[in-house]
Design a protein around this ligand. Structure first.
Ligand code: FES
Length: 153
């Protein structure tokens, strides 16, 4: 064992770092760098908290024909950041695709379930969360339906 493996003696100032302290510190720094690179955090991204869709298009932007949205299911309009549901015939509703958990975008529809790809949150056709980790539902996105065409309101 060398002198660098021992803890500093009382009264020594400044205290030299032991090899273990240096290695531990480097490991913590590496973990911090990894978290920064992957973007894993518990802070929701701004779009999730602002109610924005995180997509493009303003009021009046045409999403598509109502026939694209199956009854009892939904369609994701990725470019506009909107998911349109049709829980029952003629009952359309729009929601932001931004997941309230950490801001990923809903990109999957399986029957009546809207699925976030990042951590598996599942939302119902009314936008409510049915399975976490998201703790709240999707933000409503006003839409209009005219002559068989769905648009952003
Ligand atoms: S961002 Fe984590 S479940 Fe959607």
């Amino acid at each position: 064992m060398s002198d660098q493996d021992t803890e500093p003696t009382a009264g020594a100032y400044p205290a030299p770092l032991s090899r273990r302290a240096v290695v531990t510190g480097a490991g913590a720094a590496a973990i911090g760098a990894t978290l920064a690179v992957t973007g894993c955090s518990t802070t929701p991204r701004s779009a999730a908290g602002s109610g924005g869709t995180g997509g493009t298009g303003g009021a009046g932007t045409v999403l598509g024909p109502t026939a694209e949205v199956p009854v009892g299911s939904a369609k994701v309009y990725r470019t506009q950041g909107v998911v349109v549901t049709q829980a029952a015939a003629g009952e359309f509703a729009g929601f932001s695709t931004v997941c309230p958990h950490q801001g990923c975008k809903i990109n999957g529809v399986q029957g009546t379930s809207l699925i976030c790809p990042c951590h598996g949150s599942v939302f119902a056709l009314d936008g409510s969360v049915t399975s976490g980790p998201a703790a709240s539902g999707l933000a409503p996105q006003p839409i209009t339906v005219n002559d068989g065409e769905i648009s952003l309101a």
